[in-house]
Design a protein around this ligand. Structure first.
Ligand SMILES: Cc1cc2nc3c(=O)[nH]c(=O)nc-3n(C[C@H](O)[C@H](O)[C@H](O)COP(=O)(O)OP(=O)(O)OC[C@H]3O[C@@H](n4cnc5c(N)ncnc54)[C@H](O)[C@@H]3O)c2cc1C
Length: 278
């Protein structure tokens, strides 16, 4: 439940509000998670007047403001086609108009196509108040779960009877993301298996390959966040690495053995794609 709504015009004002011990005060991006009925009581700081909704290009790096929407990012011509595919898979057209890049990464669980594809690209986020440069892989572990709404309070569009609910969403305590730097140089491949094409993945793999030869492989589809299986100069040993991160991936949708087998196949395909592009 939202107790207070603030819309500051400067970052300083936003940080002062977010630093308060009481009530719990959270940044509000698109609000698609925070506006859902919830047992937790908190204040929100709407980021829309802070000028964080632009994308600047510096060489091969996109400097993406935290409140850039998923649709805005999707329409950026420099973006890798498979990152565009992962954004389309993440959310419907309507949700993409509201959901922000930072909000989606903070709220993401292990079934988030966008978080998986982004983690493969190893983006760096700028966090205030101390201007920390934090890789996405670290940020995912700094988050804490938001209280889960009861089944009767599931957000509009999700069925309280559905095995897709409850979904755990996350918050980032005492920090505000202002920018996300995405490198457009690496080739990216995103592959997944789901119950239906528009459904969230049961298993997904994102592989990125830099011109230097560096390869990163990420596996998702379960749990609290997608997982990095490999970050190396060569893709050697990728099958063992993928099997290892999926070793305890069993849940109500699939067994760990199934996910291990599928992830190995998807990783082979994804690596073939990025090696062909090189
Ligand atoms: C009908 C519907 C269906 C949905 N289905 C799914 C689904 O199946 N799976 C799923 O994972 N999600 C789902 N979502 C959730 C949601 O759409 C996405 O996670 C969304 O893109 C979140 O972005 P947002 O900007 O709206 O986040 P917000 O609601 O604004 O914020 C989400 C979290 O991120 C934090 N945050 C936002 N901006 C910042 C920042 N700059 N710095 C630090 N923290 C920040 C907030 O404090 C909050 O903790 C659904 C939502 C709706 C309404």
């Amino acid at each position: 439940m939202i107790l207070e709504y603030h819309r500051p015009n400067t970052l300083e004002q936003a940080l002062d509000l977010l630093a308060r011990a009481q009530p719990l005060t959270l940044p509000l991006g698109g609000g698609t998670v925070l506006n859902a009925p919830c047992e937790a009581r908190f204040a929100v700081v709407d980021l829309q007047n802070l000028g964080l909704n632009t994308i600047a290009t510096r060489g091969s790096v996109l400097d993406v403001g935290a409140t850039v929407t998923l649709q805005q990012l999707l329409e950026t011509p420099e973006l890798q086609p498979d990152l565009q595919a992962a954004i389309r898979h993440e959310a419907t057209y309507n949700l993409r108009q509201a959901g922000t890049v930072a909000g989606t990464l903070v709220a993401a669980d292990g079934r988030s196509p966008f978080a998986a594809a982004m983690l493969a690209l190893d983006p760096v986020l700028t966090l205030l108040p101390d201007e920390r440069q934090t890789p996405l892989g670290d940020l995912l572990h700094l988050r804490t779960p938001m209280p889960t709404p009861s089944a009767a309070q599931a957000p509009l569009g999700t069925s309280s009877q559905s095995p897709d609910y409850p979904i755990t969403h996350y918050q980032l305590p005492n920090a505000l993301i202002t920018h996300i730097q995405i490198n457009t140089k690496p080739a990216l491949a995103y592959h997944y298996v789901a119950r239906a094409p528009a459904d969230r993945p049961v298993v997904c793999v994102a592989a990125a390959r830099w011109p230097s030869g560096r390869v990163r492989v990420v596996v998702g589809g379960w749990g609290d966040a997608p997982r990095l299986a490999l970050d190396a100069a060569q893709p050697d040993g990728v099958e063992e690495a993928v099997r290892s991160v999926a070793a305890e991936a069993g849940d109500q949708w699939a067994s760990a053995e199934y996910r291990q087998d599928v992830a190995v196949t998807l990783a082979r395909r994804a690596l073939e794609s990025v090696l062909e592009e090189a």
